[in-house]
Design a protein around this ligand. Structure first.
Ligand SMILES: NC(=O)c1ccc[n+]([C@@H]2O[C@H](COP(=O)([O-])OP(=O)(O)OC[C@H]3O[C@@H](n4cnc5c(N)ncnc54)[C@H](OP(=O)(O)O)[C@@H]3O)[C@@H](O)[C@H]2O)c1
Length: 301
């Protein structure tokens, strides 16, 4: 099997590429950085520039599965310019893939998996979200994810089966949010954020890549939440990190006002609350290697 991954040089893409290659799956990947284009046996890069609708359609050669992870980081100041980049990097990437496929042909492609995010669900302390929920969070994040998923519908017109994976907070040893959350705890400066009550639906990176490989294997269609079975509130997450690192967390919570002052509107990422269910993928037979936060943190920290 040969897969094509866009956004393959990032946190999730690097781990997913490694997992596929260890199974003997060939990987083609798309990158916006010419310096990242490599050509090893079983691992071949292609340059693209979604902002200009530019793509090397040789990337589709022999590819039966396409995985789209591309998107500019949301962890940057939410200025008008950055917001435009965050949205367009996602919508234009999908549109460029679709246009490329229209010109190359779709006969070899059997399945598409598109990354999305749980940020689509309205922030709430009490709701427990399944994929059936249709409400969208009234925020820049909600708007971004809605547009991201709407553009995926282009694959319907190409008549290619596809899934959308709503990813939660990805926990990894190197990269993503965890090292940044753990750093102050290591220096006895750990504190919960805001009320500390906000739900954080997280997933261990290994479970995420395993779940993506499972969706591909089974060719499952539709929306799937990629979160562990046991979301935690921010206070519990901070405490657990302290326990695993044997560092007490004793400081008062960081007030919302201070977070907004330092981070601006982007502080929303840390304060939004989404308790999300993974029952749908479990019902398909997927099981998590790291269902509990303590066990995941012990593995990663
Ligand atoms: N990590 C999380 O906690 C999390 C949670 C929810 C959703 N997600 C989503 O899942 C996807 C993968 O996450 P990740 O953590 O691996 O992200 P990441 O480390 O930021 O990697 C994303 C990749 O997207 C590509 N990219 C960046 N700007 C781009 C642009 N303007 N146009 C096209 N491609 C661009 C980059 O690849 P090149 O530089 O090689 O082009 C980059 O390696 C992302 O779309 C992210 O939003 C992640």
């Amino acid at each position: 099997m040969k897969v094509l991954i866009s956004g393959a040089t990032g946190l999730v893409g690097t781990a997913l590429t490694k997992a596929f290659r260890s199974e003997g799956v060939s990987v083609h990947y798309l990158t916006t950085r010419k310096s990242k284009v490599e050509a090893d046996p079983g691992y071949r890069g292609f340059y693209w520039n979604p902002a200009e609708g530019e793509i090397d359609t040789a990337c589709f050669e022999g590819v039966s599965v396409l995985i789209n992870l591309a998107g500019a980081s949301i962890s940057q100041r939410w200025t008008a310019k950055n917001k435009k980049r965050i949205i367009e990097s996602r919508t234009q990437s999908i549109d460029t893939l679709i246009k490329g496929l229209q010109s190359y042909g779709t006969s070899e492609l059997e399945y598409v998996l598109g990354a999305s995010a749980i940020g689509i669900y309205p922030s709430s302390q009490t709701e427990y979200y399944t994929e059936a929920n249709t409400a969208v969070d009234d925020s820049f994040l909600g708007e971004t994810v809605k547009l991201w998923e709407e553009h995926m519908q282009g694959f319907e017109e190409l008549e290619i089966p596809y899934s959308i994976v709503r990813i939660g907070l990805v926990m990894a040893a190197d990269g993503g949010a965890l090292p940044q959350i753990a750093r102050p705890v290591k220096f006895y400066a750990g504190a919960s954020l805001g009320s500390g009550d906000q739900w954080q639906s997280w997933i261990h990176l290994e479970d995420l890549t395993a779940m993506m490989a499972f969706l591909v294997d089974q060719r499952l269609e539709g929306i799937y939440n990629a979160v562990s079975p046991n979301p935690v509130c921010n206070r519990k997450l901070t405490k657990e990190i302290g326990e695993v690192l044997s560092k007490p967390v004793f400081l008062p919570n960081i007030p919302v006002g201070l977070l907004r002052l330092v981070l601006g509107e982007m502080a929303y990422i840390l304060l939004a609350s989404q308790r999300v269910s993974c029952e749908k993928i479990q019902m398909e037979g997927f099981s998590f290697q790291f269902p509990n936060i303590h066990q995941a943190l012990q593995d990663l920290l």
